[in-house]
Design a protein around this ligand. Sequence first.
Ligand SMILES: [Zn+2]
Length: 131
Amino acid sequence: MLKKMELEEFQKILKTLRARVRGDVEQMTSEALDRNGDGSESKSPTHLAELGTENYEQDFALRRVENEQELLDEVAEALERITRGTYGVCEACLEAGLTPTKAMIPKARLKVIPYARNCVECERKREAHWR
Ligand SMILES: [Zn+2]
């Protein structure tokens, strides 16, 4: 299982992510409003460039979520799992009968997708199923 310190770290990441998503929604709204103004685009931020390359993987993950609300729900549930003490455990592996220790999602994956509910292998199986 993850150490208390690590859980606190992920809790912080999730809260930052939540704030960022909420901020993005507001920004998108104000950008849309700007377009109804003088039509000048000079003030609109270069969104992708601002995100930086180190965030590429995470942003890729973010894009796979259908909409902001869905992502906020995932983040809320991940925070809930931290409270319950089930954070970082692959749900599918648990269902398959693995112990929570063996069902741990690798930390490297959680750093990219902090709200992940499944390990890479189970995620792949799930995707294959939906395809
Ligand atoms: Zn799994």
